[in-house]
Design a protein around this ligand. Structure first.
Ligand SMILES: Cc1cc2nc3c(=O)[nH]c(=O)nc-3n(C[C@H](O)[C@H](O)[C@H](O)COP(=O)(O)OP(=O)(O)OC[C@H]3O[C@@H](n4cnc5c(N)ncnc54)[C@H](O)[C@@H]3O)c2cc1C
Length: 468
């Protein structure tokens, strides 16, 4: 490796995980080269490589905090540019397992904006970092390794318009190319074992439409989130975005997918476990036609279990683990992973792969358990239900029921969902006592969302828990 390449990191993929990785790599490497096959539009513009960008993207409190740490003034800058602020419990209507959490301001800010707006702003901030260069419209074809294949020394890229491939040297390559990552295949080609996968076949179908709502349609709230119940697994989230619009994403599992013709889309929205979202879009002016997305399976690549892995190559973001998007965790987990990488970069310019993947696995465990555990509450989702999953899935609906009347519990719950606190906080003895007392009281009452806004049709169903 010559002097020129010793201080160059290359990041594959210029989406959220790649951008956050580049941000922390720029602290340690003189040059960071980012590569993507898309032409990258200004903030707010859609692009082919991120088709999920057309669907609602909630940013959890932990993710927003990390973005503010990595890019000081991030929340303020986006809000000044049109993103919508609010309180994560005071301004959000959380309807979980057919229970609406008691609303109360808890001083935890939420930020609402579309995915292209969020990503575009992060991209603009990364572009301004000294030493970072973004190469657009280049397809990554493969890795370059030393003759003994022990160390990755660069990547091969080709212009999407065609032509001969080019080699870009690097002392560290970070793969952030998302669910379609080719690292498992490249490992095989280099003679390494491929990582095992954990998979949960959720068979999720999304559809999304933007609206201009009539004044007062949200009753002052910034988001209504209705999760599925075991009796009715359909879910929906209606949230404010920049530009005075609201985005509605509706979803169903195991093939029960929302239609994309306007009438069918409206009928599906009206069939959610509560009627709040249907009421809010009544009389609204649609800004576009519904668009679909299919997410068949959550996948976690177990890189940390590999006995052999080449040096100077790491993987981040959806390329390691892509969760059921209804839980809204992906961007926040990518941010947590970037902070993990930052911690390891402090000690060694090029982190040891085994140490890195172990640390990443530890960061993924909780969000993976939340998403997978939630999915396995639905009987139609195949998979083994461990004793822990069964216990949590019988406890959570009780937490939801109690939190409908107890703002302390509601605050604890949204902090856990927002990846601020560990789920164990809900299992502390004083919390368990509140849950038992509260859920007993709730079971003596009809299940009506506070404020009389809506009626849930299943008192006992377990819910998935999407993001603010
Ligand atoms: C429908 C849906 C809804 C979601 N909702 C939320 C949400 O509410 N909240 C949340 O936090 N997360 C959500 N997520 C997850 C979130 O989008 C991702 O976790 C996050 O974007 C991190 O992804 P990534 O950067 O790892 O990969 P991606 O966003 O998939 O980006 C991969 C990048 O790599 C580029 N690329 C791929 N292959 C190549 C190649 N061969 N050559 C060159 N470039 C290449 C692509 O162009 C793209 O830019 C959702 C996901 C989906 C699918």
């Amino acid at each position: 490796m010559d002097e020129m390449t010793r201080d160059q990191a290359v990041v594959l993929g210029v989406s959220m995980a790649g951008l956050l990785a580049a941000r922390v790599l720029a602290e340690r490497f003189e040059r960071v080269v980012m590569i993507d096959r898309d032409p990258l539009p200004p903030a707010g513009g859609h692009r082919q490589g991120v088709p999920h960008g057309r669907h609602l993207h909630g940013l959890h409190p932990r993710g927003r905090e990390i973005l503010d740490e990595l890019f000081p003034g991030f929340t303020a800058a986006l809000t000044a540019d049109g993103a919508v602020g609010g309180d994560v419990l005071g301004d959000l209507r959380w309807q979980l397992s057919g229970h609406q959490l008691r609303q109360a301001a808890i001083g935890l800010p939420a930020l609402f904006a579309s995915r292209p707006f969020l990503e575009g702003h992060v991209r603009a901030m990364v572009r301004r970092l000294p030493g970072v260069r973004i190469l657009e419209q280049r397809s990554i074809c493969g890795l370059v390794a030393t003759p003994d294949r022990r160390t990755i020394t660069g990547v091969e890229v080709r212009p999407v318009s065609g032509g001969a491939p080019d080699r870009i040297p690097a002392s560290l390559v970070v793969d952030a190319t998302g669910r379609g990552s080719r690292t498992p295949v490249w490992l095989g080609e280099l003679g390494y074992p491929q990582p095992a996968q954990d998979r949960v076949e959720i068979g999720l179908g999304y559809a999304t439409r933007n609206y201009r709502l009539r004044p007062g349609a949200m009753n002052g709230d910034q988001m209504i989130l209705t999760t599925g119940t075991t009796a009715n697994p359909r879910a929906g989230v209606l949230a404010a975005t920049e530009g005075g619009r609201h985005m509605l994403t509706i979803a169903g599992i195991r093939g029960d997918h929302p239609p994309t013709d306007p009438a069918g889309f409206g009928a599906f929205a009206a069939s959610l476990p509560t009627t709040d979202i249907a009421a809010a879009i009544t009389g609204a002016e649609p800004a576009d036609d519904p668009v679909p997305f299919r997410f068949p399976v959550s996948v976690r690549h177990r890189y940390e279990r590999l006995a052999r892995f080449p040096g100077h190559l790491l993987v981040i973001g959806d390329a390691i683990c892509s969760f059921n998007p209804l839980y809204g965790q992906g961007m926040t987990v990518a941010a947590i992973e970037a902070m993990t990488l930052r911690r390891l970069l402090v000690r060694h310019a090029v982190p040891d792969a085994r140490r890195y993947f172990r640390a990443i696995a530890a960061a993924i465990d909780v969000p993976w358990d939340i998403a997978v555990g939630g999915d396995l509450a639905f009987p139609q989702v195949p998979g083994r239900r461990s004793a822990k999953v069964r216990l949590v899935n019988s406890y959570l609906p009780r937490v939801h029921a109690a939190a409908a009347h107890d703002e302390v519990l509601a605050a604890s719950l949204v902090r856990v969902i927002g990846l601020k606190d560990r789920p164990q906080t809900l299992l502390r003895p004083h919390r368990v006592l509140r849950v038992l007392r509260g859920s007993l009281a709730a079971s003596r009452e009809p299940i009506v969302a506070p404020g009389g806004r809506a009626r849930a049709d299943s008192p006992a169903g377990q819910a998935a828990q999407p993001a603010p």
